[in-house]
Design a protein around this ligand. Structure first.
Ligand code: 13P
Length: 306
């Protein structure tokens, strides 16, 4: 048996012994996806984390995702295999800057993208993910001013789509920022037969949405590629998703817009670190109950809307 398989079998055994569940985001390494109980987007993983009966959740994703699991399951042990696995987008807004912004817009409704810290969620009115942001905005009374944090591209997209009075925080994901209009146009010219699907975090969203057949969450992209009768696709999101697509739709041809759309933080979770995580119950992600209690409100509102 090769080393990878051996390590995977060891993890699966340890997982059973520990009564643990392994949740993996769509951008995780292929060998990590192999051993996951659930692979999905932020919303699906948050829902699974909230429902599991397992005592331990190993979250193979980035810190805010594990935090969301901890917010909903304070009695469970939530682990992240590498504590450096942060999210560049989530770190673009602090609770202090949000509170200052709120004070400049009294009465505005704060909608926070799920890529945000627990403290920031605790100061927000609604949470949303890439798969439900439009529905969440539509659920807010029309006459209310909205502060959208922290992703500027998703915010601008929602503003264009709804015509609502939305103020946008200038944050962005460093990996999706590398998906430029030039790289999209080049790929479309190289593969004119392919459908183009993109994630709403893409830096070129406003310019390239006219070329897109669909704008979807990571899980939405996976499903769309699997179910579309077409064979060839250009994928505008982080390249880790290609492993997932190849797993569920091996007959499809997928072309990333650019290999540069790579999230090094997502890839910090390796098989070795997952094994150590289960052995030593490290690194535990917890959220103080006063913050978790406040952060549950916007997440719960989102779940009620969807
Ligand atoms: P999804 O919810 O679409 O998986 O997106 C999460 C994310 O962090 C994308 O960069």
């Amino acid at each position: 048996m090769d080393k990878t398989k051996e390590l995977q079998e060891y993890i699966l055994e340890l997982k059973k012994k520990r009564n643990a569940i392994i949740l993996a985001h769509n951008y995780q390494r292929g060998e990590v996806q192999d051993i996951a109980d659930v692979i999905g987007d932020s919303l699906l993983l948050a829902q699974k984390a909230a429902k599991t009966d397992c005592e331990i959740i190993v979250f193979c994703g980035v810190h805010f995702m594990a935090e969301t699991a901890a917010i909903f399951s304070p009695e469970k042990i939530v682990l992240i295999p590498d504590k450096e696995a942060g999210c560049s987008l989530a770190s673009m807004i602090s609770v202090d800057s949000l509170c200052k912004w709120k004070s400049e817009h009294p009465g505005a409704i704060v909608v926070c993208y799920v890529n945000s810290s627990a403290e920031v969620k605790a100061e927000s009115d609604y949470c949303c993910t890439s798969s439900n942001a439009h529905k969440v905005i539509n659920a807010i009374p029309e006459d209310r001013e909205i502060l959208f944090i922290p992703d500027q591209y998703l915010g601008q997209y929602l503003k264009n789509l709804t015509g609502r009075n939305i103020h946008i925080w200038p944050g962005y994901c460093h990996a999706h920022h590398k998906i430029t209009t030039e790289s999209v146009v080049r790929k479309i010219n190289e593969h004119p037969e392919a459908e183009f699907v993109m994630h709403p975090e893409c830096g070129c969203l406003t310019h390239c949405m006219k070329f897109a057949d669909k704008i979807l969450s990571t899980e939405g992209i996976v499903k769309y590629v699997k179910e579309s009768p077409n064979k060839s696709f250009i994928i505008g999101t982080e390249v880790g998703i290609l492993d997932r697509i190849k797993r569920v739709a091996p007959e499809k041809e997928v072309h990333p817009v650019t290999e540069e759309a790579y999230c090094e933080f997502m890839k910090l979770n390796t098989l070795e670190k997952i094994a150590w995580s289960l052995e030593d119950l490290e690194y535990r992600v917890t959220v103080p109950e006063d913050i978790a209690k406040k952060a549950r409100v916007p997440i719960q509102r989102m779940l009620e809307i969807v």
